[in-house]
Design a protein around this ligand. Structure first.
Ligand code: ZN
Ligand code: ZN
Length: 85
């Protein structure tokens, strides 16, 4: 199996925000507001898809490895710190 070290964007924050259970996901009428993809409490971060396995039981990534991960840098997929992409 080929390892795919590539960046994905995940949103970290309070569980209730990740699970769309905070007030920002609601319209003024109290319904689910589908226009809101992620509430403002969540912080987008880039992690390595390969190094940050999604845990099906938990429903989210437990161990997030920031992109670029050391392996991607070693393989030349990602630039080292300080180099232009
Ligand atoms: Zn929120
Ligand atoms: Zn990786």
């Amino acid at each position: 199996m080929t390892e795919q070290h590539e960046p994905i964007t995940v949103y970290s924050g309070a569980i209730r925000c990740v699970e769309r259970d905070c007030a920002e996901y609601l319209t003024a009428d109290g319904y689910d507001n589908e226009a809101v993809e992620n509430c403002s409490h969540l912080t987008p971060r880039q992690v390595c898809k390969e190094c940050s396995p999604y845990d099906d039981d938990a429903g989210f990534i437990i161990t997030a490895v920031a992109w670029p991960c050391p392996t991607a840098v070693d393989l030349g997929i990602a630039p080292r710190d300080g180099e232009a992409a």
